[in-house]
Design a protein around this ligand. Structure first.
Ligand code: HEM
Length: 501
């Protein structure tokens, strides 16, 4: 029999050796076979490998206890800086109340148990999230909460009643709850799948809630929040990305409705969407926003991007003489451009939450690796250059987090009108800053992991994924340069005329 000890547990590798992805010979090596291979094992495999192959364990060493614990679903990490400081022992926060902590705990458990395994599977095979996950998200009203505070939450039982109406009144729910949900969902190491989880609804539904006629609004809110149907926001085009004024998709007014002709590109969830919230140019040059239902004249084709092989449902959409009833126009009588621009702030804030949470979990991977990996007989972290990279990562995501929580607090305290006036530049600057920070963190992480950081499986799998996919956040919802420019143009308008040096 061929056996090894790993962390006080004894594994029989007799039948597995021939199938071992690392080869049979390494297991037969006299330094490995029949002895304690703990250090060699953890230098080459993630802890999950032991969970996956637990069937090979035949016993434990008497009087010893396993030291390396697998992640317990729902648990917080004890690695320093792996959690925001409001979740770290000994720290305090003015923002988070007891009900926020409760939501965080159940949300992490839900993500660990239900979302993470599905995400890892579907991100790899490029297929949409399972309906089972959507159904659970509908039952717990997670997608409804991700759309943000508002009337659509009234009467809903949130997360099996974990947040009571009284605690979170008057809206039952505040932007910190929403931040927590997005932060927890960012832990799945599957960026395309994360958008597949109703990303289109999160950005496409708010304008419908605010500006659609009540009958249409209630029907679509009910269908998409129960995940019976899917929705997407169709603004960007090959002709116009962040430049909404440059749209070419046309809406022509006829006596019995609008006729839409044109194309849309990079539309998240469009390949399976039933509804499209579409920004078009009318014949008079004004922007109109229409809710278009999939039917005759609409075609969607998948687009492969560096961030998703298909699980985000990113697509190219064509509209050929599509008839849309007048009652499907959003906010008739007000400029469609304002509807689109107002919607951007929420979308950018959501992307910023996930990009900051992503940096933190990548730091955790790097810190663990720097502590366990031995080079020249010492841990990687004994090298000053590695410690410097870790320090830079922490400084970047902690400063982003503090700014994010400040903005989120303003969202709690300001009216929608005040938010539109004061927070567009704040959110634009933070998103620009946070996505630049994540690119620096990804580059540092690859250097720390070396070849493993560019390999899709094994120890560096999450680093490779992060480095390959993070640019979606740097361009989605407005490219960095565009956002910086937008923010400065906004504050130039507020500059006092008499200001002088
Ligand atoms: C319970 C025992 C073991 C199991 C279930 C196991 C399983 C695996 C798996 C699934 C991989 C593929 C890469 C990954 O998913 O991380 C792998 C790779 C590998 N394993 Fe093991 N292994 C075991 C023990 C060992 C031991 C004791 C050694 C000895 C040094 C070893 C050496 C390797 C090597 C060299 C690779 C290739 C690593 C790479 O490509 O970076 N394995 N093993």
């Amino acid at each position: 029999m061929q056996w090894v000890i790993i962390d006080s547990r004894v594994y029989d590798l007799s039948s597995f050796a021939k199938l071992h992805p690392g080869g049979q010979s390494v297991l037969l090596d006299p330094e490995i076979a029949g002895g304690d291979a703990t250090e060699q094992f953890f230098a080459l495999h993630r802890t999950e490998v032991l969970d996956r192959y637990s069937r090979l364990q035949i016993g434990t060493i008497e009087g010893e206890e396993a030291q390396i614990k697998s992640h317990i679903p729902g648990s917080l990490s004890a690695v320093p800086y792996a959690e925001p400081n409001w979740l770290s022992p000994g720290f305090h926060s003015p923002y988070y109340k007891e009900h926020h902590h409760r939501l965080r705990a159940v949300m992490r458990k839900f993500v660990d148990e239900v979302v993470y395994p599905d995400a890892q599977k579907h991100e790899r095979d490029g297929t949409p999230p399972s309906q089972r996950v959507f159904d659970e998200m509908a039952r717990l009203n997670i997608t409804a909460m991700r759309v943000g505070p508002g009337k659509h939450l009234q009467g809903r039982v949130l997360m099996d009643g974990i947040i009571s109406v009284e605690e979170a009144s008057p809206s039952q729910f505040d932007p910190f709850h929403e931040l927590i949900i997005n932060q927890e969902l960012s832990r799945i190491h599957a960026r395309g799948y994360a958008d597949g989880l109703a990303g289109g609804t999160i950005i496409g539904l708010p304008p419908i809630i605010k500006f659609a006629q009540p009958a249409l609004r209630d029907k679509i809110v009910d269908e998409v929040l129960s995940h019976k149907k899917a929705l997407c926001l169709a603004v960007t085009e090959a002709f116009a990305g962040s430049d909404v004024q440059g749209l070419r998709c046309r809406a022509t007014r006829t006596k019995d409705g609008w006729i839409v002709n044109g194309t849309k590109k990079w539309i998240t969830n469009s390949t399976w969407a039933h509804y499209f919230t579409v920004a078009c140019k009318a014949d008079d040059g004004e922007i109109v926003v229409l809710v278009v239902e999939r039917g005759e004249g609409i075609e969607t084709k998948p687009i492969k991007t560096s961030y998703s092989s298909g699980s985000a449902g990113t697509g190219f959409v064509t509209f050929d003489n599509v008839h849309v009833p007048f009652e499907n126009q959003l906010g008739a009588g007000q400029p469609g451009l304002n509807i689109i621009l107002a919607n951007f702030n929420h979308e950018r804030w959501v992307l910023t939450v996930s990009t900051i949470a992503g940096q933190r979990i990548i730091f955790e991977e790097c810190f663990k690796w720097a502590a366990q990996r031995k080079v020249f007989g010492k841990p990687l972290a004994a090298q000053p250059v590695i410690r410097q990279k870790l320090a830079s990562m922490i400084s970047r995501f902690e400063s982003c987090q503090a700014w994010l929580e400040n903005i989120t607090f303003q969202m709690c305290a300001m009216s929608a009108k005040e938010q539109a006036k004061h927070l567009a530049s704040q959110i634009a600057f933070l998103k620009m800053h946070a996505t630049r920070a994540s690119q620096a963190t990804a580059a540092d992480a690859v250097q720390i992991f070396g070849g493993r950081g560019i390999t899709q499986s094994g120890l560096g799998t999450h680093i490779e994924h992060y480095h390959r996919t993070l640019l979606i956040d740097a361009v989605g919802g407005g490219a960095e340069d565009v956002l910086g420019d937008l923010g400065v143009r906004q504050i130039l308008r507020l500059m006092p005329r008499q200001a002088r040096l």
